[in-house]
Structures are given as structure tokens and as C-alpha cells.
Design a protein around this ligand. Structure first.
Ligand code: ATP
Ligand code: MG
Ligand code: FE
Length: 321
């Protein structure tokens, strides 16, 4: 049994996963409402909240799985990329637990964790496949040849797709985080009401900053009443542009690859229009798209554990290696 711990951003999460990828428990304490009034994650506030939540969240993960620390064979934890102060809370907790029990520790890269959300539960995906990772901080196309490794085919030149959702939501006066809000509101709007440009970038890269500016100009031309009336149309059209860019590039990458199969992971993989636009793609289960610790434990099944007690000096890292 693997105990996974994730604290890279504003979710405090712990999970227990069996060696076969069965999710025995996955507890996620979101701090979203705490950060909502600032319109984004405040690093110092996040670290302090992680510190308050990490103990209770780990305890709840064990209780839900009907397990004790004696049942844990290794501890997996996100080492980066993310907010360093936030990461250090999870990393320190993981080290302390592993050290106290003389267990091995597996440091996990958060992006590998997102990909490994496909290796959980009953519908496990087998490589090779081309994977779109679209989240709050990253938008990547990955060539996944085997579990535990990937090659980068393309990435965003500016904003991440989730960031585009969040910034768009802000312009529309919706709450934070904005992806789920736009998703919900878009269902009431006409996705063809506005034509927002999808940047054509060379190769397999993405760009979302122009789209955000286009929305800014569209919103700027409206008074409060008009914005109220057009909000759903704007949300639907904006979402359509992001989904077109993501789905289009993923198909291009797949056409160039020998893999054939396609998959989507990360918070934006929860988007209902994206899921509908790619009926042939493998998606992570909805609850495991946004940050969670089950995906971290999952990735740990395909990484080398560091034996007791060699991991005590391990440090967190802020940006992708
Ligand atoms: P990273 O993984 O890059 O470090 P992160 O961990 O903050 O970033 P995730 O938790 O994987 O990101 O995803 C959060 C992002 O997903 C947010 O930007 C949020 O708006 C977006 N998101 C969540 N649900 C939806 C949805 N239904 N539609 C579109 N976007 C969504
Ligand atoms: Mg989050
Ligand atoms: Fe993430």
C-alpha cells in the first residue's frame, strides 16, 4: 500500500493506493474558498493552511481506507514543481512519517503525477499514447512511451490553458478558480456568438494570451447590463476557442505519432466540452483531474524509491526540471 501526499498548490491531499492501482482513499482539502477573495493563490496563506490541514487529511485518508501506518509500504510525495513553501509542508510530513516507520520514500514530479492519474482504478490506460496535460500552470503535449516516463512534444508559449480559464472567468466577473465556473455558465450560452481567435503557433506549441486579450476587448465594450446579458455567450465562445486549440493540437500530435491513442489529464481535463470534443480520448476519472494525492501514489509505482534514511536532505523544486 502506498501513502501519497500532495501539497504543491492550494489542495492539501493524501491518498492510499494499492499496488494494482486501486484507490483505497483519496482525500482532498481544497483551499479555493480561502484564496477566492484574493482572486488567486497567495503562497504564504497556502503554506500556513497546508500546515493546519496535513495531519488531519493524512489521518482521514488512513481511516477511510481502513488502514493504519503499519499497512503502508512506502510514502510518495510531490517534490515539485509548485509553490516551494507549500511543497515543503508535504515533503516534511512525508519524510517524518517515512523516517519514523523506517519506510522508503518516493519523490514524485507533479506532472508525472497528473499523467499517472490514467493508471488508477478499473479503466487503466496502457502506453504508448499521446497525452495532453492541461492544468493551472502547464499545457503540454507528451509522448508517453511507457509508464513512468514521457517525452515533451510541445507546450504553451505564454499562459496555461487553466490559467486562460481562470483569467477569462475573472474578466467575466465569475469566481475563482474559474474553469469550473465557465464550464457551468457556457452550457447556457451560444458558443458561436463570438469568434475568438485561436493563435496559430508553429510546431506543437500553444498560445493563449491573445485569446485573453480578445475577451478583454469584448468585455470592455459592454456596459454592466449588456455584460450581464452576454455573459453566458461570452463564456461559451471563450471556452470553445480554448477547447478547439487543445483538441486540434492534440489531434495533430497524434497524427504525427506512432502511438495512435490519445489521453487528457490535468484540471482542464474536467471540462465537459473538452471531454465531448474528444470522445475517443482516455480521460482521467473526473475526481482525479484536479490536484489529488492518488495520482502521486500512482506515479510512485513506476519510480525508484529512496531507501531509509537517505531522503532526509531532499529539497523541493519550484519549476519544471
Ligand atoms: P499545475 O498542475 O500546472 O501545477 P494546478 O495543480 O494548480 O497546476 P490543477 O489542479 O491540475 O492545476 O488544475 C487546476 C486548473 O484546472 C484551474 O486552472 C481550473 O480553472 C482548471 N479547471 C478545473 N475544472 C475545470 C473545468 N471544468 N473546465 C476548465 N478548467 C477547469
Ligand atoms: Mg488548485
Ligand atoms: Fe496540478
Amino acid at each position: 500500500m502506498i501513502l501519497g501526499i500532495e501539497t504543491s498548490c492550494d489542495e492539501t491531499a493524501a491518498a492510499l493506493v494499492g499496488g494494482d492501482g486501486t484507490v483505497l482513499s483519496s482525500i482532498v482539502a481544497s483551499q479555493a474558498s480561502l484564496h477566492a477573495r484574493y482572486g488567486g493563490v497567495v503562497p504564504e496563506v497556502a503554506s500556513r493552511r497546508h500546515l493546519e490541514l496535513i495531519g488531519p487529511v493524512i489521518r482521514e485518508a488512513l481511516e477511510t481506507a481502513g488502514a493504519g501506518l503499519d499497512d503502508v509500504d512506502r510514502v510518495a510525495v510531490t517534490r515539485g514543481p509548485g509553490l516551494v513553501g507549500a511543497l515543503l509542508v508535504g515533503l516534511s510530513a512525508a519524510k517524518a512519517l517515512a523516517w519514523a516507520r523506517r519506510l522508503p520514500l518516493v519523490p514524485v514530479d507533479h506532472l508525472h503525477g497528473h499523467v499517472a492519474s490514467l493508471y488508477l482504478g478499473d479503466a487503466q490506460v496502457e502506453p504508448p499514447f499521446v497525452c495532453l496535460l492541461a492544468s493551472g500552470g502547464h499545457t503540454l503535449l507528451l509522448d508517453v512511451g511507457e509508464r513512468g516516463s514521457f517525452r515533451r512534444l510541445g507546450s504553451t508559449l505564454d499562459d496555461a490553458a487553466g490559467e486562460a480559464f481562470d483569467k477569462g472567468a475573472r474578466l467575466l466577473g465569475l469566481g475563482y478558480p474559474g474553469g469550473a465556473e465557465i464550464d457551468r455558465l457556457a452550457r447556457e450560452g451560444d458558443p458561436e456568438a463570438y469568434t475568438f481567435p485561436v493563435a496559430r503557433v508553429a510546431g506543437l506549441d500553444f498560445s493563449f494570451s491573445g485569446l485573453k486579450t480578445a475577451l478583454l476587448y469584448a468585455v470592455r465594450g459592454l456596459d454592466a447590463d449588456e455584460l450581464e446579458r452576454r455573459r453566458a455567450d461570452l463564456a461559451a465562445s471563450y471556452q470553445r476557442a480554448i477547447v478547439r486549440a487543445l483538441a486540434g493540437r492534440l489531434r495533430e500530435a497524434a497524427a504525427r505519432s506512432r502511438a495512435g491513442r490519445i489521453a487528457v489529464v490535468g484540471g482542464v481535463a474536467a471540462n465537459s466540452e473538452l471531454r465531448g470534443a474528444l470522445p475517443d480520448a482516455a480521460f482521467a476519472p473526473l475526481a482525479l483531474c484536479t490536484d489529488n494525492a492518488a495520482m502521486i501514489a500512482s506515479a510512485a509505482r513506476y519510480a525508484d524509491p529512496i531507501p531509509y534514511p537517505d531522503y532526509l536532505a531532499l529539497d523541493a523544486y519550484a519549476s519544471a526540471a
